[in-house]
Design a protein around this ligand. Structure first.
Ligand SMILES: Cc1ncc(COP(=O)(O)O)c(C=O)c1O
Length: 392
């Protein structure tokens, strides 16, 4: 006996990739550009803080986060976005944003909306946990194309009223994985106004917010504050995985209205796993430091420049505004990934694996996603081989 609601799920992107590629020998030196695992160095003082607080592994950690970590997070939000949130009631440390993006759906999506099955909106392509959150609570996921035509962000405003009236939550990722598009103030304003009109919440996945080229992306909370929006309307999700190259720390936060946060905290107190105390101490110091984030951005900027230099003249190439992925147009993503692997050893992800077919259309089908995480020279070699193999 198994639940039906998960029975139609395709395999996750990475097992699918292995099934596609691993029956074949690589055509050269292997360069991994599939997974978005940052590989720049994390701050070297992390080890000292961990060692100093090692005894904390002997305690159950506080579910809501230590007061010091709550303060470090709210301090960061204030410096970054100019928004004052109450550290005790409006933020909660997460085991990485993925955990929070899922559990917020559990905690906050109602069983029915206006007597009907609630809808959860998400971009297509999208980070897969959004869909699982929706399905887990029996809501209907609605995949909204985020294509070249829509500026690589979903146009939720174009949805019919009957869908919007049933909507409980809209997930939105800015800077977007995989396209690197950034929601500007006008986009956020329209989305927040739409959420107010149709009474839904916005879950803003901003985990790539610190990897940008020139100007810091405006944040959902910042715009919500300027519009005088109810703080319960918008939740933001942030992470140390990308900002600070600490994906293994499993550390992020959610911030928003006190009622939403109370419900999320309560659910985790029953069923979740709070961040271990020594890791909370590390996270506290990491949120308080910007030096390493500035250096990290500099390294990514070099990578953006290398990508532009190599692909700048390819028709349809768009240089990402932020994040660390290239979303490259190809005839067929699976065929391109296989050809690239068998002819050069470069490993990339077919875009279709990050998106869903809707009415026979998969908005990722004609793309590959390339993660710019490898060391600079490896990355350059990989991108040159990619260009020669796919475009020349
Ligand atoms: C769009 C997006 N959201 C959330 C996450 C989860 O990150 P973490 O759980 O490490 O904070 C990722 C990780 O790749 C991501 O790409």
């Amino acid at each position: 006996m198994f639940p039906e609601r998960f029975s139609n799920l395709p395999a996750y992107a990475f097992p699918r990739l292995r099934a596609l590629l691993d029956a074949h020998e690589p055509g050269g030196e292997v360069i991994h550009m599939t997974i978005g695992e940052p590989r720049h160095a994390f701050p070297d003082w992390v080890a000292g803080i961990l060692a100093k607080n090692i005894d904390g592994f002997g305690n159950y950690p506080p579910n809501d986060g230590t007061p010091e970590l709550q303060a470090a997070i709210s301090g960061w939000i204030r410096r970054r976005y100019g928004v004052a949130v109450d550290p005790a009631t409006q933020v909660m440390p997460l085991n990485g944003t993925r955990e929070g993006l899922y559990n917020a759906a559990m905690a906050l999506i109602p069983e029915r909306k206006h007597g009907q099955t609630p809808v959860v909106l998400m971009p297509n392509p999208f980070y897969q946990v959004y869909m699982i959150g929706a399905i887990s609570v029996g809501a209907e996921p609605v995949f909204v194309p985020a294509t070249k035509e829509t500026g690589h962000l979903p146009d939720f405003t174009a949805l019919p009223d009957d869908v919007l009236n049933r909507t409980a939550v809209a997930y939105i990722c800015s800077p977007a994985n995989p396209q690197g598009a950034v929601a500007d103030r006008a986009y956020w304003t329209d989305l927040i106004r739409l959420a107010e009109k149709h009474d839904f919440r916005i879950f803003a996945d901003e985990c790539y917010s610190e990897i940008y080229r020139d100007d810091p992306p405006v944040g959902a909370l910042q715009v919500a504050q300027d519009l005088g929006t109810d703080p319960e309307r918008v939740l933001i999700f942030h992470s140390l995985s990308k900002r600070s190259n600490l994906p293994g720390l499993r550390s992020g936060f959610v911030a928003g209205g006190p009622d939403c946060l109370r419900r999320i905290k309560q659910l985790r107190a029953y069923a979740g796993a709070p961040l271990p105390l020594p890791l909370q101490r590390v996270a506290e110091a990491v949120w308080a430091d910007e030096e390493h984030v500035i250096e990290n951005r500099r390294l990514y900027r070099e990578k953006f420049d290398i990508a532009d230099e190599i692909f700048g003249d390819i028709p349809g190439y768009h240089s990402p505004q932020a994040g660390f992925f290239l979303w490259l147009p190809v005839e067929d993503g699976e065929q391109a990934a296989l050809k690239l692997w068998t002819e050069t050893g470069v490993r990339v992800l077919p875009g279709a694996y990050l998106a869903r077919d809707v009415n026979g259309f998969n908005p990722g089908k004609n793309y590959i996603r390339v993660a710019m995480v490898a060391p600079k020279q490896d990355m350059r070699r990989g991108l040159i081989r990619l260009r020669e193999c796919i475009y020349d």
